[in-house]
Design a protein around this ligand. Structure first.
Ligand code: HEC
Length: 168
């Protein structure tokens, strides 16, 4: 079975050049995969948003999802906080990179901590974020939400995607 998969992969990479395993994986159809399944098949640190916050249509959709998935009930409609931490400032609780945010929203704080993550940043409110992996329909919806959150960022530009490597 494994041998067969390897053969198929080898065939595919022979068609499009060698060493394209990650490029092949990047072709995952995010609209067809649940957030938790994407996490399960992706090594830690390798999740990257296919969208960015200059794509107005994507950002608008993400903003609607923030409301419809009721993130806004806790974080406010613009992500600026409310009862819960602001998503728009430069304090990132576990890290501000795409990979960490995707995992936090999907797994929730408790499960993320079980996987070895610890709170590095401290917001005005400290409490657990509930897991949304079973609620958000697919990974594409979550990427759009995260693009919206990026678009609302109002902190130090150098910290938009987390603490820069030379400051860690
Ligand atoms: C019941 C309230 C609640 C809801 C609903 C909620 N969150 Fe959270 N969220 C929190 C809390 C509390 C934290 C802080 C987690 C911690 O300290 O472990 C948090 C943290 C976060 C962070 C990290 C913020 C930072 O500064 O590092 C992001 C991103 C986030 N939530 C996105 C979302 C998204 C997207 C949704 C909807 C799919 C959502 N949240 C729904 C309570 C909530």
């Amino acid at each position: 079975m494994v041998g067969m998969v390897v053969t198929i992969l080898a065939g595919a990479s022979a068609l499009c050049g060698l060493g394209r395993v990650w490029a092949d994986d990047a072709a995952v159809d995010y609209t067809k995969i649940a957030p938790a399944d994407l996490i399960a098949k992706t090594p830690q640190g390798k999740l990257a948003n296919p969208y960015n916050d200059t794509q107005a249509g994507i950002v608008a959709e993400g903003g609607k999802f923030l409301q419809s998935y009721s993130c806004s009930g806790c974080h406010g409609g613009g992500g600026g906080g409310g009862m819960c931490p602001a998503l728009t400032n430069d304090i990132w609780v576990y890290g501000g990179d795409d990979d960490t945010l995707f995992r936090l929203v999907t797994l929730g704080s408790d499960e993320l901590q079980k996987q070895g993550y610890t709170r590095k940043g401290r917001e005005n409110v400290v409490g657990p974020m509930p897991p949304f992996g079973a609620i958000i329909k697919n990974a594409d919806d979550l990427w759009k939400i995260l693009a919206f959150i990026r678009s609302k960022y109002s902190g130090d530009p150098g910290y938009k995607f987390g603490t820069p490597p030379d400051q860690q």
